[in-house]
Design a binder for this molecule. Sequence first.
Ligand code: IFM
Length: 447
Amino acid sequence: MIDTQFPAGFIWGAATASYQIEGAWDQDGKSESIWDRFTHMPGKIVDGLTGDVACDHYHRWQDDVALMKEIGLQAYRFSVAWPRILPDGRGQINQPGIDFYSRLVDGLLAAGITPFITLYHWDLPQILQEEGGWASRTVSEAFAEYTDVITRALGDRVKHWMTLNEPFVSAYLGYELGFHAPGHTSREEHVAASFHLLLAHGLAVPVIRSNSPDAQVGIALNLSGQVPASSSLADRAAAWQSDGLNNRWYLDPLAGRGFPLDIIQLYGNPLEFIRPGDMDTIATPIDFLGVNYYTRKVVRSTIVPEAENAPREVFINSNLTDMDWEVCPEGLYNILGRLYFDYPFQNIYITENGAAYPDQIIANTRIDDPQRLAYLKSHFEAAHRAIAAGVPLRGYFVWSFLDNFEWAYGFTKRFGLTYVDYPTQRRILKSSAEWYRRVIAANAVID
Ligand code: IFM
């Protein structure tokens, strides 16, 4: 039998994000976010739905904390909605917004669950979009102000903070592809946004530290291996470029190496928005790196014609989730190993990992989700192997605690350990959650 005991003190948790679960989109002084604006535009979300109500967690958080306790979660990663705290993006504080998160933190602590807070998981106050959103430097400065307000309020009790979730997705899908809010389609805005997000992160780190003594501060990046489809030079070059766009563009500046030169050249952008000292600000040392991992990407050159390229050697396997993402636990092992060998991060958390499947209620009482269980099991095992190889992995957050609003896919994709019946808001723990409870209790991967 393989020993899959995790180190003592390893933290098992689950994650969510404000817009995906809270609802109450216009209540208690909250202002409109870019996602409120985007989802209210016709044709942007596949099922035409919005996050106006979502999982109604804003009103049901006490029951949700009780469910977390039932699963045995040791930690809960959630995000704060900036427009609840500073409806104008800066300036006037909205006390009811702070009170909501303060009560949630107290409820979690009373339940013995450690809160891990993400400050920005994509719901920018719409009013800041009017001044250019993340393409504008003023928004990075406003983020530092928002960070100050919320960490002053919660920093006495919350000791684990992430500045941003997946800045790549915010910048690329939001400003270049237009799939996410604010729905823009400009390469130039994308590149500027990526920089201002990183700058916002760097400006926020010391603010968190000064308001939350002994806090651990990090950032959550979506990272995945970019694997060449063959060993041809063209495929290897294409994979390296894809790695630069997705991974190195964020990892390298955070590690103090500046933006990767090959990608600067590819963008052909003079990066004139960078001011002296900014890259040092971005490289302010952090306490941990958060890794959001779901799948790998197999990359084929688009430059060399197919007939002239070497035959494909790497194929995606046919085991796909409901997102059509290949199930590839080896990719998690590989990315963790690479971070360990190539980068200086002393502590790593998996801040998101999980899978969407089309769950069905059985006899109106239970949900059997063996595919999700198998997905999680194989990835926990990969994480265990990475730890055995020396990777300083400290904890694991399953995405997600609840089924929720999956951005442009609306409510059509279910990632939760907990099933949500949206019309009634009834919650049902899936069989994967029951299994996860036993994993947490054993601190080991079990059958
Ligand atoms: O639901 C998202 C989450 O908000 C960010 N990371 C990926 C998840 C699944 O797509």
